[in-house]
Design a protein around this ligand. Structure first.
Ligand code: ADP
Length: 670
């Protein structure tokens, strides 16, 4: 049922359609359009076009010129659900509805639609018309938006938005500052203007991520400013979605990270320097070879300071206690310096060689102390050109200058305070190395002196011993009475011992001096053992010596006397260190390429720890008190056997006994 007012409006409309609608409403600020009963658009004005964000396609569009339309819950409407269709097809349809339309570029607008059916003079519906009011920019929305906009505008970070085609749609002050372009210059242009050619594929990747709704976080990359300068940035790109989550573009926040990178690099540099310093101190504490340690120090100093050339001059005390100046170089062949004189105490080098202070110069040629000395007046010919100069003294803990570290570069201004600090650390460590090496040399010199003394003393002792021994032997043969015979016999035994000790000491000093002589000959080892055991049996009566040897010869090439010395040594030990038992076993065996001699006792034995030490010079196990000895026998025995390309091993159980096994190689022909 229509009421009066509706009827009146019909009439008015009928009249209205008699006029040219176009003329009347074309320029109206109010968006208006009309359609026929099938929804074909018959009229729309400019304001409607701008609201829809597009010009309608009259062939396709029905009931509205909007690209897409949604209800307030975000459900997309099909054309027959549009308000103009409703007003024609559904009785009592509302004359006012709120919808959301989407522009082809994804922009959304909230609209109030006022649809009305159009009637012909017969009262039949012939179409509909609608007035559209854009309510997207209502004051309620305006405020937070303005607030957000001001945040974006004032941000120091570059905040840019672009659509899915990569066209820049907004550009804040931060972006202007970072990239140099004003908003007017870039809005509407492709974002690729900021991307270096070699990185264009990044944009594809970013867009791909965005289209999948992914965020690209803190992506470190390089962009180009308006002036072609490369800017190091960290980029965060996030998709921009419309009300219902549809991705319509991307926001980009770009942060200038050049400073951060600088700091990072500085930290990296610092860490590397620390590592270098650590490796230097490790080298210094693990090596006593001063030349190779200082070479490492020189190389590392050159490396950490970026010098082209490094040299380390230092004073060493040689084995005779004399001071010698040596050097190591880095970045320059040492031979090239060989023909040059050692650095002299010139005005320039004085502070370094007198431990005064570090000298650093951006251009040493401008230093008043430079170039004053005959014959070179500056850097000698054939020397690497040095412009940047850094030199530090190396001073011992006692304040003695032991050397100097010199660094150079052919360019101006290569060294800074940081390098100066590094070098002062490095030279402090080098000083420790030199101090250590001095101590080492001093100890070596002392040890050499001691060996010299032992050699001399044993030699001096040996001469009177030999003559006393001779006289005693004469007396022994012609004793005056029984008592004298006994004493002489005892004296001879004691002298034997003393003689053996002195001989051993003499041997040691010969070993230390590398002068222990060997006279190799071919002999039957089995026979030697037999003879040795037989004469050994005479000298002891506390133990039975049980020998086992094959009945065929075992020919070896060796120093017979020395091998005998070792066997006697091991037999004496076996007897000495098994005071509570009465048997010692000696076995000899021939294998394919070797022969073994084993001497076994059932005595006190050795702990595993003692077993590792007994072959060291002067070592005696702590339970040997009351048993005479100097701790030389096993050291000598091992030295002798090893000099024969053999080995000597011990197998022992504490409290149960020990077995010493000598292995000797057999000569090839036997
Ligand atoms: P010395 O016997 O003069 O002390 P050695 O060099 O011959 O010197 O021996 C070193 C140490 O090895 C001895 O002091 C002793 O502690 C231990 N040792 C050597 N032989 C034996 C053995 N057969 N049994 C137990 N300990 C031994």
């Amino acid at each position: 049922m229509e009421n009066d007012s509706t009827a009146a409006s019909h009439r008015n409309l009928n009249k209205f359609t008699d006029f040219s609608l176009n003329d009347l409403v074309h320029d109206s600020a109010v968006a208006i359009y009309a359609c026929d009963i099938k929804g074909v658009l018959t009229f729309y004005n400019e304001a409607a076009v701008s609201l829809w964000g597009r010009t309608p396609d009259l062939q396709k569009d029905r009931w509205s010129g909007a690209y897409k339309m949604y209800d307030l819950k975000g459900m997309q409407l099909i054309p027959k659900e549009y308000p103009t269709a409703q007003v024609i097809n559904v009785p009592n349809a509302s004359n006012r509805s709120e919808v959301i339309i989407e522009h082809p570029n994804g922009t959304l607008r909230n609209l109030l639609v006022f649809p009305k059916a159009l009637y012909n003079p017969n009262g039949e519906i012939i179409g509909a018309h609608a007035t559209l009011v854009d309510i997207s920019n209502q004051a309620t929305l305006e405020e937070p938006r303005a607030f957000l906009a001001s945040i974006i505008e004032s941000s120091d970070d570059a905040i840019i938005s672009k659509n899915l085609q990569g066209i820049i749609t907004s550009w804040n002050i931060g972006a202007e500052q970072l990239f140099g372009y004003t908003a007017e210059e870039v809005i509407g242009k492709s974002i690729t203007i900021l991307i270096p050619e070699s990185r264009l594929s990044e944009e594809e990747y970013i867009l791909e991520q965005i289209q999948q709704g992914e965020t690209v976080d803190h992506f470190q990359t390089i962009r180009l400013s308006k002036y072609g300068k490369e800017v190091l940035i960290s980029l965060t790109v996030a998709p921009i979605k419309n009300k219902w989550g549809k991705i319509i573009g991307a926001s980009k926040i770009a942060k200038d990270i050049s400073e951060e990178i600088k700091v990072q690099n500085a930290i990296y540099q610092y860490t590397r320097d620390l590592e270098t310093l650590n490796s230097i101190s490790r080298a210094i504490s693990s090596k006593l070879d001063v030349q190779s340690t200082l070479q490492q120090v020189t190389d590392a100093s050159k490396e950490v300071t970026g010098a082209a050339f490094g040299a380390f001059f230092y004073h060493l005390i040689d084995e005779n206690g004399a001071i010698k100046t040596r050097f190591t170089v880095s970045g320059y062949p040492a031979e090239a310096l060989q023909h040059l004189d050692m650095p002299r105490d010139t005005a320039l080098l004085h502070p370094t060689f007198h431990g005064n202070d570090i000298v650093r110069s951006d251009d040493i040629r401008t230093d008043p102390r430079y170039g004053q000395n005959h014959p070179h007046y500056g850097i000698p010919n054939g020397h690497l050109p040095i412009v940047s100069y850094l030199a530090a003294p190396v001073t011992s803990a006692k304040g003695i200058v032991m050397g100097g570290l010199f660094l150079g570069h052919p360019d101006v201004g290569k060294f800074n305070v940081h390098h100066e600090n590094l070098i002062s650390n490095i030279t402090a460590q080098a000083a420790i190395a030199l101090d250590n090496s001095r101590l080492f040399e001093e100890v070596k010199a002392l040890s050499a002196k001691k060996d010299e003394f032992i050699a001399l003393a044993s030699h001096e002792l040996k001469t009177p011993l030999t003559s006393v021994y001779g006289y005693l032997q004469l007396l022994e043969k012609k004793p005056n009475n029984e008592m004298a015979a006994l004493f002489v016999n005892k004296s001879v035994k004691q002298l034997d011992k003393l003689n053996k000790l002195v001989s051993e000491l003499l041997d040691i000093s010969k070993i230390e001096a590398g002068r222990l002589q060997f006279n190799a000959e071919l002999f039957d080892l089995g026979e030697l053992i037999q003879e040795t055991v037989e004469s050994f049996r005479f000298s002891i009566n506390s133990h039975e010596i049980l020998l086992s040897r094959p009945n065929y010869p075992i020919t070896v090439r060796a120093d017979k006397q020395r091998i005998e010395q070792v066997i006697i040594n091991l037999l004496s030990n076996a007897v000495k260190y098994s005071p509570n038992t009465d048997r010692v076993f000696i076995d000899c065996e021939k294998k394919k390429t070797i022969t073994t001699i084993s001497i076994r006792d059932e005595g006190m034995g050795l702990t595993p720890d003692q077993q590792t030490q007994i072959f060291t010079r002067f070592y005696r196990a702590d339970n040997t008190s009351g048993i005479s000895g100097l701790g030389i026998g096993l050291y000598l025995s091992r030295e002798i056997i090893e000099r024969h390309d053999g080995r000597i091993d011990v197998v022992s159980e504490h409290g149960k006994g020990s077995e010493f096994v000598i292995t000797l190689p057999l000569p090839k022909a036997f």
